[in-house]
Write a protein that binds this ligand. Structure first.
Ligand SMILES: [Zn+2]
Length: 307
């Protein structure tokens, strides 16, 4: 029997290939194998267009190093709310498109034997007007292909000199973070906080966009007047102080982080020292106010003595 892939999915595959030309296709799929034929699957060409069977499902291989992260692709497709989509399966979850029994665009657990961690499955609806609709799929290819082949992403579990450099830069921006070269939960939290403050996608992944924003923040910091930088830093540090004492990181960053730009250099002074210096300054001013008369009298005495 002759079969073909639904044209909408052909177009989707073209767009993904254009965005990530070096991507692996090891787990790609269109027409189902023998295992698929025995069960209900959109990989079987059961939709008929005249005498031709139409495959209305496409599998795309997970290959983040070459620019296709299936979860990011899934998220982008869900965000697009494209009415051609019947359902998407990815990383143990399934999400249905609009106009079906299941609530639209709500992820739920997928019970199938294949968790779909090596590829994403995308099905389109059985109506020809939809499955053969070749219009461009609306997603930001840069988002899917956040990793150009020459680049890498730093994320929870990463380690090495690039992670250390990222941590050092975040520390320079005023975040409390150990520069140990290991991207763990602490770094993940700080990266998310930074992303939130910069209006970036909050996913804890330090890809080109996030690393770029870190670089720009460092450059901004260098060009800022020191007083302004110190004021921002103090605010940031105060938030961190509370965070360290209470662990209410999310609440604190949400409250203090909204207006701040990421802190500043403290000329190598930590917050405890800053508190001591501020306290001493206030004390001196208080003494001047209290001893005003005595000081004035003393100055007069000295003047009279000199006269
Ligand atoms: Zn599939």
């Amino acid at each position: 029997m002759t079969w073909r892939l639904a044209r909408s999915l052909g177009r989707l595959r073209e767009q993904i290939n254009a965005a990530a030309p070096l991507r692996s296709k090891a787990s790609d799929g269109t027409i189902g194998d023998a295992a698929h034929a025995s069960r209900s699957s959109d990989h079987n060409p059961w939709v008929k267009d005249g005498a031709t069977g139409v495959v209305t499902a496409l599998d795309i291989t997970h290959d983040p190093a070459a620019g296709v992260d299936i979860q990011k692709l899934a998220d982008a497709l869900v965000t697009s709310k494209d009415r051609r989509i019947k359902y998407i399966i990815c990383n143990g979850r399934i999400v249905s498109g609009s106009g079906q029994k299941q609530p639209a665009w709500k992820w739920r657990a997928y019970g199938g034997s294949n968790p779909h961690s090596r590829h994403i499955h995308i099905s389109v609806k059985a109506s020809k007007a939809l499955y053969d609709d070749e219009r461009d799929w609306r997603f930001d290819t840069a988002e899917i292909a956040e990793l150009a082949p020459s680049e890498s992403v730093l994320r929870n579990g990463s380690h090495g000199p690039f992670v250390k450099e990222l941590q050092e830069n975040l520390a320079r921006l005023g975040y409390v973070i150990r520069a140990d070269g290991r991207f763990g939960n602490e770094t993940d939290r700080v990266v998310r906080m930074f992303q939130r403050q910069k209006g970036l996608k909050v996913d804890g992944w330090a890809g080109p966009r996030t690393l770029d924003a870190v670089g720009r923040a460092i450059a901004e910091l260098a060009s800022k007047p020191k007083i302004e930088a110190a004021r921002e830093n103090a605010r940031e540090q105060a938030a961190e102080q509370v965070e360290r004492k209470t662990g209410w990181w999310q609440n604190v960053t949400g409250f203090f982080g909204a207006g701040s730009v990421g802190g500043g250099l403290l000329w190598g002074v930590d917050w405890q020292t800053l508190v001591v210096i501020t306290g001493a300054a206030i004390l001196v001013m208080l003494l001047i106010v209290l001893l005003r008369r005595q000081i004035v009298a003393a100055v007069r005495d000295i003047r009279e003595g000199l006269a």
